[in-house]
Write a protein that binds this ligand. Structure first.
Ligand code: 3PG
Ligand code: MG
Length: 343
C-alpha cells in the first residue's frame, strides 16, 4: 500500500479515511478515548495539507440498522476537541445528511459519518452487497486512506472493497505497523518470541501464518487458548471455543513442530463459575478445566499464576517480542493477572 507522503498535493482533495473509533462507551460518555487519540495524527496531517476529510468508522457490533446505543456522535465530538476545530457529524452514513455534510466541507474541514455498521452492506457476507455499499462511500471521495488498525484484517466494505474502488494509501498508524511487521519478518533479533491472545483463533490465524516461519517461541493465551487445548484433546468446560478451528490449530501445531517453533501453552488456568467480577474462581490445571467444583459449566477467563510467571520468564529472555491480544478478561481485575504479567 502506498504512503501518504507520496501524494503530491492534497489541497481540495476529498479524502475518505477509515479509522477505528470503536471506543468503549458508558451511555454517551467515552470511557477510554485511546483509539480517537491514536487516529488524530493522520487526520491532522490531512487537515494541514488542505484536504476535505471524511472520517468513517464502526462502533461496536450493531445489527446492520441504526441503533442509538452505537452512535459515533460522542466520538465525533471528542475528535473535534482533540483537533481543536469543528467536526461535522452526519447522522446517517450514505444518506442525504452525509451527502450534505460532505458537500459543504471546506479545505481542511472534517466530517464524521454515522456508524458504518448501521448499514447491512458493511459486514455483509455477500460480496455484491459490500461492493454496493462501498461504491456509495466511494462517491464521497477522491482518495481512500486506511488507518483503522483494529479492522485492517476484516473483509468488510469500508476496509476491503472501498480500498479497491479508490486510489488507496496507508495512514500513519498502518504505515507504522507495516514497518514493524516487515522488520519482524525480515530481521528479528533472536530469541524472537510472539505472544498471542485475544478471544478468537479465527481472527489471529493470518498473523500466525505470517509469523510462524520466523519465530523461536509462540506463547498462546486469551480466549483462543481453549481451542488449542481442545485440539490437544483437553476438555474446556464452557470456555470460549471455536470448534471449527480445531483442525486448523492441529495443523499449525504440526507445522510449528516441523519448523522447530516451540509453542508454549499455559499449564494452569483461572476458571470462574460465571462471567463477571463477582464470579467464584479456582486455579486448575490446563488439562483439568472441568475438574473444578463448577464442572462443565466452568469458564476459563485467564491464564493461571504459574503460566503467567512462565510466560514472563520466556519474555524476559527474548530479544524481540511481538505481542497481540490480552491473556485473559483483563477488564475485570480478577482475570487481569496474566495480561499484567506479560506486560
Ligand atoms: C476491535 O475492537 O477489535 C476493533 O474495533 C474491531 O472490531 P470488531 O472486532 O467488532 O470487528
Ligand atoms: Mg476485535
Amino acid at each position: 500500500m502506498r504512503k501518504l507522503s507520496e501524494i503530491q498535493s492534497l489541497v481540495g482533495k476529498r479524502v475518505i479515511i477509515r479509522c477505528d473509533l470503536n471506543v468503549p462507551l458508558a451511555g454517551t460518555r467515552i470511557t477510554d478515548d485511546g483509539r480517537i487519540v491514536a487516529s488524530v495524527p493522520t487526520i491532522k496531517y490531512l487537515v494541514d495539507q488542505g484536504a476535505k476529510v471524511v472520517v468513517i468508522s464502526h462502533l461496536g457490533r450493531p445489527d446492520g440498522a441504526p441503533d442509538a446505543n452505537y452512535s459515533l456522535e460522542p466520538a465525533a465530538i471528542r475528535l473535534g476537541e482533540l483537533l481543536g476545530q469543528p467536526v461535522f457529524f452526519a447522522s446517517d452514513t450514505i444518506g442525504s445528511e452525509a451527502k450534505g455534510v460532505v458537500k459543504a466541507l471546506d479545505n481542511g474541514g472534517v466530517a464524521v459519518l454515522e456508524n458504518l455498521r448501521f448499514n447491512p452492506g458493511e459486514t455483509s457476507k455477500d460480496e455484491i452487497e459490500r461492493r454496493d455499499f462501498a461504491s456509495k462511500l466511494a462517491e464521497f471521495a477522491d482518495l481512500f486512506v486506511s488507518d483503522g488498525f483494529g479492522v485492517v484484517h476484516r473483509k468488510q466494505a469500508s476496509v476491503y472493497e472501498l480500498a479497491q474502488l479508490l486510489p488507496s494509501y496507508a495512514g500513519f498508524l498502518i504505515e507504522k505497523e507495516l514497518e514493524v511487521a516487515t522488520a519482524l519478518t525480515t530481521s528479528p533479533v533472536r530469541p524472537y518470541v510472539v505472544v498471542l491472545g485475544g478471544s478468537k483463533v479465527s481472527d489471529k490465524i493470518g498473523v500466525i501464518d505470517h509469523l510462524l516461519p520466523n519465530v523461536n517461541k509462540l506463547l498462546i493465551g486469551g480466549g483462543m487458548v481453549f481451542t488449542f487445548l481442545a485440539a490437544l484433546g483437553h476438555k474446556v468446560g464452557s470456555s470460549l471455543l471455536e470448534t471449527d478451528q480445531i483442525p486448523v490449530v492441529r495443523e499449525y501445531l504440526e507445522r510449528a513442530k516441523q519448523l522447530g517453533v516451540e509453542v508454549v501453552l499455559p499449564t494452569d488456568i483461572i476458571v470462574a463459575s460465571k462471567f463477571g467480577a463477582d464470579a467464584e474462581t479456582v486455579i486448575t490445571g490446563a488439562d483439568a478445566i472441568e475438574e473444578t467444583p463448577f464442572g462443565a459449566s466452568g469458564l476459563g477467563l485467564d491464564i493461571g499464576p504459574e503460566s503467567a510467571e512462565q510466560f514472563a520468564s520466556v519474555i524476559r529472555e527474548a530479544k524481540t517480542v511481538f505481542w497481540n491480544g490480552p491473556m485473559g478478561v483483563f477488564e475485570i481485575e480478577k482475570f487481569a493477572g496474566g495480561t499484567k504479567a506479560v506486560a
